[in-house]
Design a binder for this molecule. Structure first.
Ligand code: AMP
Ligand code: GLY
Length: 441
């Protein structure tokens, strides 16, 4: 089988890496891909939103399955476009992915189907939004309705900050996305990402993960695309996950089907586990997360291609006992360029040569884990990388690479991931040093 993966970030590298292990898959294409993906797939420089060119490629190369897991093409209807041409694609339709591209729709949907989430109000008029925000206690959360590259959400600590965020939305800082504003109650707790794969009827979950969204250690600084992740999450017991399935995932899948927009693909449930121990939805996305994919797929002990194929056949029922996963833990540290998520340089040489040096662990700190660390495995997932004209590896984005480590325990995965991070050399390198700390119990 020939597979096309849409995108070119760390998530897509992890998807290609996992597909490569399937005995069914003979060729992987990726559009546009990156320098790391190019080592395992044929990268084709087509934009993920150029549906016409993508379908021409699929027809010309006789590609059997396309996997779309990026918000923009999904929100613009890549799945509908492919299906109209009779081409097989994994992902939700434009109307089903509305759960991601309209926060207002998602909130109303949750209300209709009694899915637990923060209380909210929605506004199309600036003055009403300002008056409402002022009448609420702080912190309060201000969200642009549409897709805003992860920048449309402000957790406002004061009424003044809320006011600025509301003005930003209505002044067009996020374009059309901000013409409607959702104002939400602030929820305190731990965030968890749960990925449910659905064929529109049944759903199975991947291992729960935790994403580190803020730029700085201790969850400070601006929101980013994600600075690291780990899985599994220790407090996500099978019982708790079962409850989440019953209260959140099933009602969502059934609700979408009932409303005439069955959700086929990956439902990303961004949850807040609040202080009373209950799970509430922070947001829905209609795809895999980045960098969660870089820890979730390496722990999946199933053929990802087979799962995606089964979804497009509407035949996920055969997995109803759940997906098998590998034991141990996975942890991914994202190495970004200084200045990310605002301004950063591109084209900085990236050097991996020291990665091959043997891992030396200072004995004494965790001597019991030494053997397990030596057995552990590191995988470098490229995000923003490219080759310069001389063929040298250079940075090509704000998040440059993700270093994933797989080990018997989360602590060992963390030790190995950071060892490897130290050995990736490039000027302006920045990464958080506390990825995984929240999962140490
Ligand atoms: P979103 O794009 O909706 O996931 O929001 C980005 C981030 O803002 C989330 O991952 C949370 O950290 C934070 N956030 C969003 N909504 C809330 C909320 N109601 N309460 C607390 N934090 C929130
Ligand atoms: N890790 C957050 C996201 O993919 O949206």
């Amino acid at each position: 089988m020939k597979v096309l993966v849409i995108g070119g970030g760390g998530r897509e590298h992890a998807i290609c890496w996992k597909l490569q292990q399937s005995p069914h898959v003979t060729n992987i294409f990726c559009a546009p891909g990156n320098a790391g993906i190019a080592e395992i797939a044929t990268c084709i420089p087509i934009k993920p939103t150029d549906f016409e060119k993508l379908t021409e490629l699929v027809i010309a190369q006789q590609i059997d399955l396309t996997i779309a897991s990026m918000d923009e093409p999904l929100s613009k209807g890549i799945v509908d476009f492919f299906r109209k041409k009779g081409l097989r694609i994994f992902g939700p339709t434009k109307e089903a992915s509305k759960l991601e591209w309209s926060k207002y729709f998602a909130k109303e949907f949750m209300l209709r189907h009694r899915i637990p989430t923060a209380s909210y109000a929605c506004f199309e008029k600036r003055d009403f939004a300002l008056a409402y925000a002022n009448s609420q206690k702080t912190p309060i959360v201000i969200k642009a309705d549409g897709l805003a590259l992860g920048k449309g959400v402000t957790v406002a600590k004061s009424h003044e900050e809320a006011k600025i965020a509301i003005h930003d939305c209505f002044d067009g800082k996020f374009g059309e996305a901000g013409s409607r504003v959702v104002i939400e109650e602030f929820m305190k707790g731990q965030e968890v990402s749960i990925f449910a794969i659905s064929d529109g009827k049944d759903a199975v979950t991947l291992v729960p993960a935790q994403d580190y969204k803020r730029l700085l250690e201790g969850d400070q600084g601006p929101n980013t695309g994600g600075m690291g992740a780990y899985a599994p999450v220790p407090f996500m017991t099978p019982e708790f996950l079962g409850k989440i399935k019953e209260e959140i995932i099933i009602p969502t899948i059934e609700g979408m089907a009932k409303e005439g927009n069955p959700f086929q693909g990956i439902l990303y449930c961004g949850l807040m586990i609040t202080e009373d121990g209950s799970a509430k939805v922070v947001e829905f996305n209609s795809r895999l997360g980045d960098p969660e994919t870089q820890v979730v797929l390496p722990l999946l002990d199933e053929d990802f291609f087979e799962i995606c194929w089964a979804v497009t056949e509407g035949d996920l029922g055969k997995y109803k006992e759940g997906l098998h996963r590998l034991g141990g833990a996975a942890l991914c540290v994202v190495i970004a360029c200084k200045g990310y998520p605002q301004n950063y340089k591109k084209g900085i040489p990236v050097n991996f040569t020291r990665l091959n040096e043997p891992v030396e662990i200072v004995s004494g700190k965790n001597p019991q884990t030494l053997e397990s660390i030596l057995r552990a495995k590191g995988i470098i997932f490229h995000a923003g990388t490219a080759r310069d004209t001389d063929g040298n590896l250079v940075s090509n984005g704000g998040r440059v690479v993700g270093v994933t480590a797989l080990a018997d325990s989360l602590l060992d995965a963390q030790v190995l991931a950071y060892k490897l991070c130290e050995r990736i050399d490039f000027e302006d390198k920045y990464y958080r040093k506390d990825i995984g700390d929240k999962g140490m119990v």
